[in-house]
Design a protein. Structure first.
Length: 277
């Protein structure tokens, strides 16, 4: 566990401030990520109901945590379907841009919501957040970059390509969550109709293991010590294949980097590990 140490000259006390990250679920069955400091807790997306959310928080030993906000990346149902049920139980501000709100009828009647503009910054408690545009077939999809107490991370899932904005926002991060959705060969020979295969493979679709490997080999600044592989397809990917692609891209030319970088899998039915940074 890595902790960021803060000392104040006017006091003999020493304060430890941490950032915790866990991907509670990632995939077409529902998406949600937990990000928290000692003062602020947010969920990014909520694609499953309150019972499933509680179970996953319990499994990650994150129960009894106050939720200060839910941030929405885009309006697809596997990212937003749990929002109405959550609001029926507790009032939590929902942060979304106009495109996402207009895309989903069920979000238009929410009173407790906050608007943010894509490619701009805002804050929730002591979390500084930047929303940046990504390429996906939704109304106004974004990724998020988070900064708190000198620790920086980012989340980019559901995107079809690494645009300059995505590469820039993944630079200088201590951790990030990035899509590794499918293996291109498995998708091409798999059971999906050709129209869906075209959609997934397009620049408005999802990132493949191969596309992520190209980014990790050529554009990644190798600053992050923790990388989550997210939104793995059950039918068109295999965790071992995804890990192998990413590992070879990261460590083949710079094996010493393996000593300071950790790859983490995410899952559709259970939470990932909990980072305590």
């Amino acid at each position: 566990m890595s902790l960021l140490l803060f000392s104040f000259s006017h006091s003999a006390d020493t304060f430890y401030l941490t950032v915790k990250v866990s991907v509670l679920g990632s995939g077409s069955s529902g998406n949600c990520t937990y990000i928290a400091t000692e003062k602020t807790c947010v969920l990014v997306d909520l694609g499953f109901g309150p019972r499933s959310l509680k179970r996953r928080l319990d499994q990650a030993d994150l129960q009894n945590q106050r939720i200060d906000a839910v941030l929405l990346t885009h309006g697809h149902s596997d990212h937003v379907s749990g929002v109405p049920a959550l609001l029926a139980r507790r009032q939590v501000p929902i942060f979304m841009n106009e495109g996402t709100r207009e895309e989903v009828p069920g979000l238009q009647n929410i009173d407790c919501w906050e608007n943010f503009r894509s490619n701009s910054s805002f804050s929730v408690g002591d979390l500084q957040i930047e929303a940046f545009s990504v390429s996906h077939d939704a109304a106004e999809p974004v990724g998020f970059r988070f900064t708190a107490h000198g620790i920086c991370g980012a989340l980019v899932t559901d995107l079809g390509e690494f645009t300059p904005a995505v590469v820039e926002n993944l630079s200088g991060c201590d951790w990030f969550i990035v899509e590794s959705n499918h293996d291109e060969q498995m998708l091409k020979i798999g059971p999906y109709p050709w129209s869906i295969k075209q959609r997934v493979l397009s620049r408005l679709g999802h990132l493949s293991n191969q596309e992520l490997s190209t980014f990790l080999s050529h554009s990644f600044d190798r600053q992050a010590s923790h990388i989550f592989l997210a939104h793995l397809s059950r039918r068109n990917n295999d965790p071992k294949i995804a890990l192998d692609h990413a590992s070879r891209a990261l460590f083949q030319d710079l094996p010493l980097y393996a000593k300071c970088c950790n790859l983490h899998l995410t899952h559709q039915s259970k939470p990932s590990i909990v980072l305590d940074l």
